[in-house]
Design a protein around this ligand. Structure first.
Ligand SMILES: Cc1ncc(COP(=O)(O)O)c(C=O)c1O
Length: 395
């Protein structure tokens, strides 16, 4: 999806010529402060006070977000059954237990099932914005507020996307982005956490930097430094991401043109129905989501000539029933680091099965995604539209 070229090379040249590749440094000594600048610009773009760039991908952004929110052993965190396994992995990485909620026909977390899954031990929810679409953040926030839950948005597949005119990542208490090689912007790997909350930011900042107690920023902290891990971004990442961020809205805009053409031309075509959009403007998605009455119909449409559709049920790692290490509770590399063995988690809901979210399995088997590309010309799009129309006639 991402675009890359001269702009990134120019930013990289500045950093490499400075000779200063570590993110901490002094501008007066020739440091280019690439990571710091990227963080400031990302926070501004998303519309929040703080952003923290991370070398460990969107997964580390989720982990730092959970640490920031104070989640740990003894806590249940609700995640959707359709997401990359990293969402649940992050919960386990902080010692808490992931509890699965069904998705609805938007393919995102079902707010009704979310409410049903809340127990006395539930502390947080992670709505996930898959394939550039979004969860219904108004409804999720309502449920979370009613039950006193923290909200961490997993916007790893939706860098820069908005829901009802406000960027994803700014709806919850914190939001996580990924910049891996599949994403809307990228530096090969890497991620970022965004939040409006000073304490969440400081806790994530300290956790992500094993050397926090030796940094100049320590003097400004309102919290006491604790020992975390090492997930700092380098200036090389900062340089690429600064240029990538400048491209982001252009990519989203071009994607929007492709999407509009597809929605306008395919809306109302007999045999075709769009999946539910949580944003009524439908101004979202790196795919067009179609939903069918049966898996048979979905497969026929997806496999028709020139449609190049794909079923979410087929991507493997995004469906909970394929998360075998989690279902089998193989976590942490040491029995005492496995949250399923932690005494604080003894009374939590830790039973999983491949059949436990049948609604998600059904919806993901009847949905077809047709991927969109921002560089498609109107003619490219017209061809795909024609192929979709032809395929619809055969259903
Ligand atoms: C929904 C979702 N969450 C989290 C992640 C983890 O991101 P990363 O691979 O950057 O750690 C991904 C990555 O593909 C993802 O799709």
């Amino acid at each position: 999806m991402y675009r890359i070229g001269e702009d990134e090379l120019k930013e990289l040249e500045k950093v490499i010529k400075s000779g200063k590749l570590f993110r901490v440094g002094n501008k007066d000594a020739g440091h280019t402060l690439a990571v710091e600048t990227f963080e400031r610009e990302l926070a501004e773009k998303i519309g929040v006070k703080y952003a923290l760039c991370l070398s460990g991908g969107g997964t580390s952004a989720l982990i730092c977000g959970l640490v920031g929110l104070g989640i740990g052993p003894g806590d249940e965190v609700i995640v959707p059954a359709y997401t990359f396994m990293a969402t649940a992995l992050a919960v386990l990485a902080v010692g808490a237990i992931p509890v699965l909620a069904e998705v609805d026909e938007s393919l995102m977390m079902d707010p009704i099932d979310l409410e049903k899954k809340i127990s006395a031990s539930t502390r947080a929810v992670i709505p996930v914005h898959m394939v550039g679409l979004s969860a219904d953040m108004e409804k999720i926030n309502q449920v979370a507020k009613k039950h006193g839950l923290k909200v961490l948005e997993d916007a790893c597949q939706a860098d820069g996307v908005s829901f009802k005119g406000k960027r994803l990542g700014s709806w919850g208490d914190a939001g996580a982005f990924s910049f891996n090689f599949y994403k809307i912007i990228s530096c090969g790997d890497g991620g970022a956490l965004v939040t409006e909350n000073r304490q969440v930011y400081e806790r994530a900042l300290v956790y992500h930097d094993g050397g926090a107690s030796f940094r100049p920023y320590k003097e400004d902290l309102e919290i006491e430094v604790f020992i975390g891990v090492q997930l700092r971004a380098s200036e090389i990442m900062g340089a690429v991401l600064k240029a990538q961020l400048r491209r982001m809205d252009g990519i989203l805009e071009d994607l929007g043109k492709v999407r509009r053409q597809m929605l306008d031309e395919l809306g109302g075509v007999p045999g075709l129905r769009f999946a539910k959009y949580n944003d009524p403007a439908k101004d979202q998605g790196t795919v067009i989501p179609f939903i069918f009455d049966s898996e048979k119909q979905a497969r026929k449409f997806a496999g028709s000539e020139g449609v190049r559709g794909w079923l979410p049920i087929d991507t493997g790692r995004h469906i909970y029933s394929n998360w075998e290490p989690i279902l089998e509770k193989r976590v942490g590399g040491h029995p005492l680091r496995n949250p399923f063995n932690h005494p604080a988690n003894k009374s939590l809901r830790t039973e999983y099965s491949k059949e436990m979210c049948p609604v998600t399995l059904d919806i993901c088997s009847r949905t077809v995604f047709v991927s969109l590309y921002p560089d498609w010309t109107r003619e490219n799009v017209a061809t795909v539209i024609e192929n979709c129309r032809k395929a619809a006639k055969t259903l």
